[in-house]
Design a protein around this ligand. Structure first.
Ligand SMILES: [Ca+2]
Ligand SMILES: [Ca+2]
Length: 172
């Protein structure tokens, strides 16, 4: 899976460079820029939530360097085909979630019931922390039963309201 490639001639030597995705959908890139005698700069454009963990190269070159400019690297003394491999990692953070607060406004209200109904009707899907907050009965899926739990919680029933009102740490 190649995401950028270029062939050119530098100092009368055949040259080409290509970069390979190692983590699909994590990043993209523009064209590499040939700046001088066998030297190529390229910038990795990361998708939101990802950082670069390493950039390595193989083939006909001497060095791969960090240029000091964010996510921009330089391959020097290129003499032939070079394959660059960029590995990325997803940034993960832990967020505290109030079970039942599906619209994430900090309180449990009838609006949270509506959010689950809209999710079930596929009008507006709940994702991330909201998805975690919506599974009030803890069965692993979001159904109308989760909306019922919130209604019972709001009506102050002594049971049947699942985990509504509890807080949990969720990795998003
Ligand atoms: Ca809410
Ligand atoms: Ca559920």
């Amino acid at each position: 899976m190649f995401f950028l490639s270029r062939s050119d001639t530098i100092s009368n030597k055949p040259f080409n460079i290509c970069c390979r995705k190692s983590s699909l959908s994590a990043y993209d890139s523009g064209d590499p820029v040939i700046t001088g005698d066998g030297q190529v700069n390229f910038t990795v454009v990361l998708k939101d939530g990802y950082t670069i963990s390493s950039v390595t190269a193989s083939g006909g070159y001497k060095n791969v360097k960090d240029t000091g400019v964010a996510n921009t690297y330089r391959v020097t003394k290129v003499t032939g085909a070079v394959t660059i491999t960029v590995t990325t990692e997803k940034n993960e953070t832990t967020q505290t979630v109030l079970i039942g607060d599906t619209n994430l406004d900090g309180i449990i209200s009838i609006k949270d019931v509506t959010a689950i109904q809209r999710h079930c009707a596929e009008f507006e899907l709940l994702t991330g922390a909201a998805e975690a907050a919506a599974d009030t009965d803890g069965d692993g899926s979001i159904t109308i039963a989760d909306a019922t739990c919130i209604q019972l919680y709001l009506a102050e029933f002594s049971e049947g309201y699942g985990s509504c009102g509890q807080t949990v740490g969720v990795t998003v």
